[in-house]
Design a protein around this ligand. Sequence first.
Ligand SMILES: Cc1cc2nc3c(=O)[nH]c(=O)nc-3n(C[C@H](O)[C@H](O)[C@H](O)COP(=O)(O)OP(=O)(O)OC[C@H]3O[C@@H](n4cnc5c(N)ncnc54)[C@H](O)[C@@H]3O)c2cc1C
Length: 312
Amino acid sequence: MSIAVTVVGAGVSGLTTAISLAERGLAPQVIAASPAEKSTSGAAGAIWYPYEAVPMELVTWWSLITYGRLLALYREENSGVSLVELRTFSRNDAIEVPAWAEAVGHRMLSEWPSPYRSGFAITAPLMDTPVYLAFLRHHLLSLGGTLHEARLERLEEAEGDVIVNCTGIGARSLVPDPGVEALRGQVALVEPIALPYALVCDDDPLTYIIPRSRDCVLGGVNERSMIETADPAVTTKIVEECTRVSGQTFTLREARVGLRPFRASGVRVERGTLADGRPVVHNYGHGGSGFTLSWGCAQKAVELVLSAQVSS
Ligand SMILES: Cc1cc2nc3c(=O)[nH]c(=O)nc-3n(C[C@H](O)[C@H](O)[C@H](O)COP(=O)(O)OP(=O)(O)OC[C@H]3O[C@@H](n4cnc5c(N)ncnc54)[C@H](O)[C@@H]3O)c2cc1C
């Protein structure tokens, strides 16, 4: 007998999990207080780059599963997924190459812009955020899933046999899980530029330039704060630093803020029980890697839903 599954949250985690459930024949209903564009997912770059998420071993595993799925989506028309060269630089003499970069095939760089002193490059999937999120929604609906707008005060308010919790920073109050902290990010969206690669330097100050077809994302900020408005002085600093390291000229369109849902004890993809006895599968706490982890975490969440179905 099929079970009724409700996914709470329509950001990248909720949509990806709902699609993965629908692909296994469990067309879920998704309920969310707001669409992805108005959540953290809407503020992201969004490039495949594991960042501010733990534990590293699982993050690498989930990221690599996602990498494979994004390569498949890259071949699909209108998915919003492209492949770009991502150059990672460091202000230190010898940049550390993480396991995930080795796994997808990196190459060491021998040249870098000042003030950097080392770097490596990978080929990374890049999701054009609005196009990709709309594609996910459309794909979900085509598989028989549904989307509804509603804000929950408690997870028990959701209907269904199994509830999947993909509420990002919302999990802090909804679970409640005080272990979810907001790592505030601020980006400047500028007119498209001709830079043929994306650039990241995650030493202080965090700096990134992600050229996209219809705009370019400049970052960034990574601070413990729940303030959701952009600071114009910070926007100016971001644009100045990106100009300095790239030699490009940028024309500002707007600034955006998002709260990365970071969980120091680890991304939470696990099964629990609601106060009314129904199973809940949590999938939140992806920090700065929600897009990068999405398909890997969704796969794990589906396994947990299916095992809840067996034991119920
Ligand atoms: C500036 C910035 C740049 C980033 N760049 C990248 C990048 O390049 N690559 C990458 O992989 N990641 C990036 N990230 C991280 C990524 O954006 C997040 O990890 C990801 O968006 C989290 O997605 P989510 O679906 O878990 O949460 P969210 O996108 O926040 O979605 C949560 C959903 O839950 C709903 N919800 C919450 N509470 C309730 C409630 N009580 N009732 C009903 N619904 C509720 C919300 O309405 C929303 O629909 C970036 C983040 C920021 C801020």
